[in-house]
Write a protein that binds this ligand. Structure first.
Ligand SMILES: Nc1ncnc2c1ncn2[C@@H]1O[C@H](COP(=O)(O)OP(=O)(O)OP(=O)(O)O)[C@@H](O)[C@H]1O
Ligand SMILES: [Mg+2]
Length: 326
């Protein structure tokens, strides 16, 4: 049912070796049939979080979580094999660079068919029919011809569409999309986003969309989480986040874009002087305090998580109304 929680992540932690704490207790949840956008500056831990959820971290990455559940299944205790069965089937991921998913050595048709063959044991002929149908669905004309082509014979926009179609082969419930349109020109970007929105409507797909583009967030997100230095510092329904950004970092990001209707296409995140700190395990306090105009000694200690009735959460010592008092 739309609205019911599909993916629930609590206290997600990822460390690389002894010196990098890339994700530090991040929490977020994605509801069935909805789009949850994850935003934040470069290096704040968005991709690592997505990869950790899918159990696709680079070697050396260690994952921990208080809760990591998908459709009621606890992903934490799953073997690599069980996880591989789930990936590409009930949950799929697409990337900024389609060649991360596409194999240059195989035709579009054979790699798309392989997904269904592996997960469902579908015959090659039926799998190719399904592939052709999905290529049509993502707006590729003459799908039969495309099935016989190799990835390098396609334009960037077409490759992106093929990657999306391939991710949909098994009709997943959740699609994690890591900046799927950043590398594309504006027109193709808009087409791909429309496509994702249409697929969501028709298939009830839940989408976790990582993006830098606030215009995209305003148009497609039901809910938004803002990440900073490995933590989700604020999370709210989209309209609520734009209307009442509360964490000083979120306010910095949205500075020039106070209401969704005023967000322009390709509106980048606002810029705040300084960069995201590289945080090591054992770091305490607020990761933003060195860049925050409101920081004091309290910010070096434990930071409270505030939650309002409307499910608007933020992680900061400041009271809920500090920025919104008349
Ligand atoms: N394999 C790795 N080994 C060590 N550190 C890593 C590894 N992968 C990522 N990191 C570190 O983890 C942190 C978070 O990286 P991540 O790629 O998640 O950022 P991001 O929010 O996706 O940024 P961007 O917007 O640029 O894609 C960064 O400090 C990065 O250097
Ligand atoms: Mg990234």
């Amino acid at each position: 049912m739309t609205g019911e929680t599909l993916l629930e992540v609590e206290g997600l932690r990822v460390e690389f070796g002894a010196s990098v704490a890339a994700v530090r207790g991040a929490s977020l949840s994605v509801a069935r049939g909805q789009t949850h956008c994850l935003v934040g500056e470069s290096g704040c831990g968005k991709s690592v979080s997505a990869l950790a959820i899918m159990n696709l971290l680079a070697r050396g990455g260690r994952r921990g979580a208080d809760k990591l559940s998908f459709a009621g299944i606890d992903l934490r205790g799953m073997s690599d094999r069980e996880m591989a069965r789930l990936r590409g089937d009930r949950m799929a991921m697409i990337f900024q660079e389609p060649m991360t998913s596409l194999n240059p050595a195989y035709t579009v048709g054979s790699q798309m068919a392989e997904v269904l063959r592996r997960h469902r044991g579908t015959s090659r002929r039926d799998a190719l029919d399904r592939a052709a149908e999905l290529l049509g669905r993502v707006g590729i004309t003459a799908p039969g011809m495309r099935l016989g082509q190799f990835p390098h014979q396609l334009s960037g926009g077409l490759r992106q569409r093929v990657m999306i179609a391939m991710a949909l082969m098994c009709d997943p419930e959740l699609l994690i999309a890591d900046e799927p349109t950043t590398a594309l020109d504006v027109t193709v970007q808009a087409q791909i986003l429309r496509l994702l929105a249409g697929l969501q409507r028709d298939l009830g797909l839940a989408i976790l969309l990582i993006t830098h583009d606030l215009g995209v967030v305003a148009r497609v997100a039901h809910r938004v989480s803002v990440m900073y230095a490995g933590e989700v510092v604020e999370s709210a329904a989209t309209a609520d986040l734009f209307a009442r950004p509360t964490h000083p970092y979120t306010r910095g990001l949205l500075e020039c874009v106070p209401v969704p209707g005023k967000v322009k296409r390709d509106q980048p995140l606002g810029s705040i002087p300084g960069v995201v700190p590289k945080v090591s395990p054992g770091f305490t306090g607020c990761g933003f305090r060195d860049r925050c105009a409101h920081a004091n000694e309290i910010c070096a200690g434990d930071i409270p998580r505030h939650r309002t009735d409307g499910d608007h959460e933020y992680l900061c010592r400041l009271p809920r109304d500090w920025a919104h008092a008349a």
